[in-house]
Write a protein that binds this ligand. Structure first.
Ligand code: GLU
Length: 305
């Protein structure tokens, strides 16, 4: 048996003692209110060996981690046709770059850069009766946590300063790669990013990418094995902004991060782990989160490679 518990405790302790570097995401005013030194971890294996450390019960803004969930729902509803509207290549540019979108004629490189996530939101709006409610229900169903909610204050706060996202959304619309009105797409997008979860809830939500045989409480298999493989692959290549190569190199697992300081990483058929620490490195990924996961796969001598 892999001594996961010892590794988690040891690494958590040693990282807690080190200087906590980086800056909290301040461009969304509401995120600035968070204590930058919060630090939580939740770990769960395929056979439900589970451990929580530090602030694992405190809710935080999952931000871009939600993009994996919206992609999964669109993929489930529409299948491979979604790839006509968004690519699967790493961007090598900032997650909110307008320049690249111009060169790519409004087809975003991947579903995790902001433009790509907006195209996915557009698809969901066209295909759900009550888009925001239905999306939240889907996330609650995946996690089996009925109390997951949007944060109205975070969504509002981002709407107020979201000039670049508003530009991106209108830009995509101008290329004809958006069916709904940009205001509606942005409302969905900002709400989706505002979802709050704690490390436990996030780890539970991502069980469907850890366990190929995952079924919801009511017996539904949400994605096919091939779809699970592909979403993990996109997380591996595109999950960490312009630092996805670095994360892959250091950690060796698929994952996704958000500017709220959360990172979820998956070892398919073995475990899922969430680390949350709000101070971000220069590329926008959690400073302690990256360090923790690098130390964890190094110490356990296990990664997908
Ligand atoms: N809502 C954020 C934005 O669009 C998401 C940022 C992130 O977590 O990557 O800027």
């Amino acid at each position: 048996m892999v001594p996961y518990k010892e590794a988690l405790e040891e690494i958590f302790k040693s990282i807690s003692l080190e200087e906590n570097k980086g800056e909290i995401a301040k461009y969304i005013p509401e995120l600035e209110k968070v204590n930058p030194d919060n630090f939580g971890v939740y770990f769960s294996t395929l056979n439900e060996e589970e451990y929580g450390l530090g602030d694992w019960e405190k809710k935080f803004s999952i931000q871009s981690i939600s993009k994996v969930l919206s992609l999964s729902l669109a993929y489930k509803i529409l299948g491979a046709s979604i790839w006509e509207r968004v690519g699967v290549e790493p961007s090598g540019n900032a997650f909110n770059s307008l320049v690249q979108l111009e060169a790519d004629l409004g087809i975003p490189r991947n579903p995790f850069i902001n433009g790509g996530a907006m195209v996915i939101c557009d698809l969901l709006i066209s295909n759900l009766k009550n888009p925001k409610e239905d999306f939240l229900d889907y996330v609650r169903k995946l996690s089996n946590c009925p109390n997951i909610e949007f944060s109205e204050s975070v969504a509002k706060s981002e709407k107020k300063i979201g000039y670049r996202n508003i530009a991106l959304c209108n830009f995509i619309k101008s290329f004809g790669n958006m069916d709904n009105h940009p205001d509606e797409v942005l409302d969905f997008y900002f709400n989706m990013c505002s979802i709050e979860m704690n490390c436990y809830e996030l780890t539970k939500t991502f069980t469907y990418l850890k366990d190929n045989n995952f079924k919801t409480e009511d017996g539904e298999k949400v994605l096919t094995s091939s779809q699970v493989k592909r979403i993990n692959a996109i997380m591996q290549t595109c999950g960490f902004y312009d630092e996805s190569g670095e994360f892959s190199f250091k950690v060796g697992l698929p994952g996704k991060s958000g500017v709220g300081g959360g990172i979820v990483a998956i070892f398919p058929e073995r475990y899922c782990i969430t680390v949350w620490s709000p101070r971000l490195n220069e590329k926008g990924n959690s400073y302690r989160g990256m360090n923790f996961l690098e130390a964890f796969t190094t110490k356990t001598q296990l990664s997908i490679f």
